[in-house]
Design a binder for this molecule. Structure first.
Ligand code: ZN
Ligand code: ZN
Ligand code: FE
Length: 758
């Protein structure tokens, strides 16, 4: 007896070959009917024998294409029609509930094979893609996902491409961005004045110029990169000078895992990240004898490595004889990455010697993602291309759409619909007007793409964050309610959401800066509670930041503040400081010039300066990072922690007092190895957490902890904390899917708003 079933499949099912898969499956099982993309779901009608229909239903989930993710399948029985074959129908324009857009997918193995196969018609073609790979987020104008609504709309398919597009048996069946040299995007080589340079083979000529030591501006998926040969110290030095970037590490692109393993240690977990379709920059430990120029990542035992992830990159690296290339964002430091040709032509002209560009527009500016493996699991550091806008599923549901405006630094925003949190790509620090504009534009684009109008806006409590101002202005204009969430509460809620854990926990939020309820600069917070509410259970003892924000750039100022607080004369460290030292000491004693902070980031700065590791920084977190490398080089792994005190203040809040630790470090610095001192300092932070966790357990019976905040991007600290606390029988939550730093704040804001709403 023939039957008709109607399926609706929800999840990441558009732009990943889902309809062709359904077509092949239905044809194999001799079923008739049709399949079409609706907004955020695929709708399928199939008719045939019940046995075959059952097999179809099972295979829908079990055999779905690798890049897809089926969230939910609903099924309905209906009466048979007179359908005679199985068809793929055009997308439904009606935009309703659940819309997903896929992240960009790194070039798949088949496409890469074709690229290097002289017999293939796409041999050497830089914009090849298929159902399983290629650009997605960065070319999408609107949904449903169809070629006409992408940056590919301007390229009319040639006969050969169209045949593949229409052939059910082909890997490119209904692959929206497909193209070939006949009909698709083209490469051009341009000089720094943007004039086209005649070239029969732009990739080969670009490689030649890179080898001559030149800097190239190369248009990629989500923006321009600046590239140079990574093994040439002169080329790397030139790039640093032009980009005004002194020490911040550059990422290096290599051809494949073998090329990465020739330079760095690559564990199986790291390899899995490198070769994943997300293709992030993975922080790897450099091997002895690595040929990367030292200036790629000065003084850094690690280096960020990314595999070629577009055919253009594969072809370029092949033309360079597999020589690794520095691939860093095309911008002057602190500006947003250039993605629009006109903008690139003007902003990058001074930075590069030539441009390698193409005529496919970039719709969403999207930096490379950065990630690392810590204690056996992924710890994302910058979640952007390849990750965004893949949603994170939450345990609660948003009753109405919510926008979380995010933080000021490392900004992302997030949108919630139902149980999904869509976290944006990395926008950057909202200090420059250009970045704030990019932020507002991206919010608009995501709302259109996701067919979502926020009915509630969540923001940080800091009144001067550009994201807070955006939230308040917009809420005022549109008459929307707002919720302000304390920065470190958002960090803790983010870690809970990341782990799908409801709490209560002792949330450990250690970072550089966050606006506290008492107006002080928080950043060493141990908060008891859950996503809905927390109480400040303990915090690092307040010290002044001499000269306010200047103390962030000059760790020595924090050292002086800590030395004075510990009853020591800064002259024990800097005997020649003279007048400057007196002035700084005066500033440190004046509350109006030295705002109070409980920031663990600033404590790291102070220790780094006391040990002579760094007295001035050129990028945020630099001193702490160098202290981590120093600790990692320590020979003796089993050292005791330094002493510290944990006492209640008048209000009953626990205060972590590190003055004895500072005095011990000062006493040892002249005769002990600084690597061991740094390691002992890290262990002291772990012991301090452990002491507070013990109090929380004793007083409240809470034996779970969530570690969040930028300080936990420190692999050594996170590893030690996880190990030590787990041995105590404490459940330790750490980040795995979103960033511990402020890149994860927007998710936390959403989680708090949703918890307070329910
Ligand atoms: Zn492919
Ligand atoms: Zn073609
Ligand atoms: Fe933070």
């Amino acid at each position: 007896m023939r039957e008709r079933r109607e399926y609706s499949v929800l999840g990441l099912v558009q732009g990943v070959g889902f309809r062709p898969f359904v077509h092949r499956l239905a044809t194999k099982l001799a079923l008739v009917g049709d399949v079409r993309n609706a907004a955020g779901r695929v709708e399928i009608n199939v008719e045939g024998e019940p046995d075959q229909l059952d097999a179809f239903g099972r295979a829908l989930r079990d055999e779905a294409p690798p890049a897809s993710r089926v969230e939910h399948v609903s099924q309905r029985i209906a009466s048979p029609t007179d359908a005679r074959d199985f068809r793929i129908r055009e997308s439904d324009d009606d935009a309703s509930a659940d819309v997903f857009v896929l992240p960009d997918l790194a070039t798949c193995d088949d496409c890469r094979r074709e690229l290097f196969d002289p017999a293939d018609r796409r041999f050497g073609y830089a914009f090849s893609s298929c159902t399983y790979c290629g650009p997605r987020l960065t070319i999408v104008d609107d949904v449903p996902y169809d070629r006409a609504r992408t940056a590919m709309a301007r390229f009319e398919m040639c006969g050969a491409c169209r045949r593949e597009y229409e052939d059910v048996g082909d890997r490119r069946f209904h692959a929206e961005p497909i193209a070939c040299a006949e009909c698709g995007p083209r490469l051009t080589l341009r000089d720094r004045a943007w004039a086209e340079v005649a070239s029969r083979d732009p990739i080969f000529d670009a490689a030649t110029r890179l080898f001559a030591g030149e800097i190239g501006a190369i248009k990629g998926l989500g923006g321009y990169h600046l590239a140079c040969v990574a093994t040439s110290d002169t080329a790397v030095a030139t790039l640093r000078a032009r980009k005004h970037r002194d020490d911040k590490p550059f990422a290096v692109m290599v051809a494949d895992v073998a090329a990465a393993a020739a330079q760095c240690h690559v564990s199986p977990a790291e390899e899995a990240l490198l070769v994943s379709s997300r293709a992030p920059i993975v922080l790897l430990r450099r091997k002895e004898g690595s040929t990367f120029a030292p200036r790629v990542a000065p003084g850094n035992p690690n280096v960020g490595v990314v595999l070629a992830y577009t055919p253009l990159h594969h072809a370029l690296l092949a033309a360079c004889g597999r020589t690794p290339l520095v691939m860093t964002s095309g911008n002057l430091s602190d500006e947003p990455i250039a993605h629009d040709d006109e903008d690139a032509a003007s902003r990058l002209a001074e930075l590069c010697d030539f441009f390698l560009v193409h005529d496919r527009p970039i719709r969403v500016r999207c930096d490379d993602s950065v990630t690392r493996v810590v204690a056996g699991a992924e710890l994302p550091i910058r979640r952007s291309r390849g990750y965004a806008p893949q949603p994170i599923t939450l345990r609660s549901r948003a009753a109405a759409p919510i926008l979380a405006a995010g933080p000021q630094l490392k900004a992302t925003f997030a949108l919630a619909r139902g149980p999904y949190a869509f976290i944006s790509h990395h926008i950057g620090d909202l200090d420059e007007l250009a970045t704030v504009r990019a932020y507002a534009t991206a919010i608009q684009h995501y709302e259109r793409m996701l067919r979502l109008r926020p009915e509630l806006i969540v923001h940080d409590l800091h009144p001067d964050y550009a994201s807070t101002r955006y939230a308040l202005t917009r809420a005022h204009e549109q008459g929307l309610p707002v919720i302000g969430v304390q920065h470190h509460h958002a960090h803790v809620a983010s870690c809970l959401a990341d782990n799908e854990h409801d709490g209560p926990v002792l949330g450990v939020a250690f970072d550089g800066t966050g606006y506290g309820h008492d107006g002080a600069i928080w950043g060493g917070e141990l908060l008891l509670g859950d996503a809905r509410a927390v109480q400040r259970f303990a915090h690092l003892r307040y010290v002044g930041m001499p000269g306010g924000d200047r103390a962030i750039v000059e760790p020595r100022r924090m050292a002086i503040a800590y030395l004075l607080d510990s009853g020591l004369d800064p002259a024990v460290i800097w005997p020649d400081l003279g007048r400057e030292g007196e002035l700084l000491a005066q500033v440190a004693r004046r509350p109006s010039l030295s705002p109070l902070t409980s920031s663990v980031g600033r404590l790291y700065d102070a220790v780094a300066a006391i040990l002579g590791v760094r007295e001035r920084v050129t990028f945020e977190g630099q001193a702490a990072m160098e202290l981590e490398w120093l600790a990692a080089s320590a020979a003796n792994e089993e050292l005791p922690a330094y002493p510290f005190d944990l006492e209640r203040d008048a209000s009953g809040t626990w205060v972590l007092d590190m003055r004895r630790c500072i005095r011990a470090i000062v006493a040892e610095r002249a005769h002990r190895e600084h690597a061991s001192i740094s390691l002992r300092f890290h262990l002291t932070i772990v012991e301090a957490i452990r002491a507070v966790v013990a109090e929380a357990r004793r007083e409240h019976g809470i034996d779970a902890t969530a570690l969040s905040g930028g300080v936990f991007a420190n692999a050594l600290l996170l590893e030690r904390a996880v190990r030590t606390l787990s041995l105590d029988g404490v459940t330790v939550l750490r980040h795995r899917r979103v960033c511990p730093n402020d890149g994860g704040i927007a998710l936390g804001q959403l989680a708090v708003a949703m918890a307070q709403g329910s």
